[in-house]
Design a protein around this ligand. Sequence first.
Ligand SMILES: Cc1cc2nc3c(=O)[nH]c(=O)nc-3n(C[C@H](O)[C@H](O)[C@H](O)COP(=O)(O)OP(=O)(O)OC[C@H]3O[C@@H](n4cnc5c(N)ncnc54)[C@H](O)[C@@H]3O)c2cc1C
Length: 263
Amino acid sequence: MLRIIVCVKIVPKPEEVSVDPETWRLDRSHARSEINPPDMNAMEIALRLKDRHGARLDILSMGPPFFDPILRVALAMGADHVTLLSDRAFGGADTLATTYTLAKGIEKLGGADLIICGEESSDGATGQVPAGLAEWLDIGQITMVHDAQVDLERRVVRGRREIKGGHEILETTLPAVLSVATACNEPRFMDYRIKEWAFDPEQVTVWGRNDIDADPDLIGAPGSPTIVSGLEEATSRERKRRFLQGSPEDIARQLSAVIRQAI
Ligand SMILES: Cc1cc2nc3c(=O)[nH]c(=O)nc-3n(C[C@H](O)[C@H](O)[C@H](O)COP(=O)(O)OP(=O)(O)OC[C@H]3O[C@@H](n4cnc5c(N)ncnc54)[C@H](O)[C@@H]3O)c2cc1C
């Protein structure tokens, strides 16, 4: 049977996050949390594959315990089980440590034919996690897919990417990582008939550092070489409108001088 793991990040609702004007830190304390919207698209691709082939669909997430009830939405949509990697030792992780921790979780789950991620998160938005996972797991990847098809006999996955003026199909062998293009499909609603099952405590497993046998030097702050060395407000340039006068040659000369000055 096809085995799929969808990596789901819980993020604060962007419209409810504010920036502390003194420290420039994000203040998430008043923001409600939700499943990272692109991960809903990733889940829809996984659920379509499950509908077509039959599959065991696991959800994997790393974060604090309060993620638990939000992750159950994925169960009510049709996932089979949720594993939450949660431990104080995972705190302060950059994308390198995050991908290592998620990869250890995937190994502990017994691996999968497909690991499906969103294209990027709505808060960190580096887009580094899918590629990082493929690297740690040493498997192929297809990024930004709009649709995926699996050929179980040939053990390959084909990802369709939309590009300017058409689309391209990329194929790689299983197991593989896919990242899914944001808003490429319409995620299905929860099935309210299984909502009660989804809230059964047994459907979510929480694993800490020892459960996944993670090297303490590669997780959390010790495993994170990235430092935030400064923050600057991104300002946009003031726009001005100026009418240039003269012959076409004069105007071209003036325009060229303005452009030279600006670059
Ligand atoms: C120095 C530093 C310290 C940090 N400290 C913290 C901290 O203490 N606490 C904290 O929460 N964050 C912290 N972060 C942010 C953390 O590194 C990112 O949240 C994480 O690595 C994911 O990166 P991203 O959001 O850019 O994911 P992207 O690469 O943009 O996400 C792509 C996809 O990867 C998957 N994915 C990403 N993150 C997760 C996850 N956690 N679980 C499951 N799937 C996931 C999803 O499918 C998502 O759509 C820190 C970052 C830095 C640089």
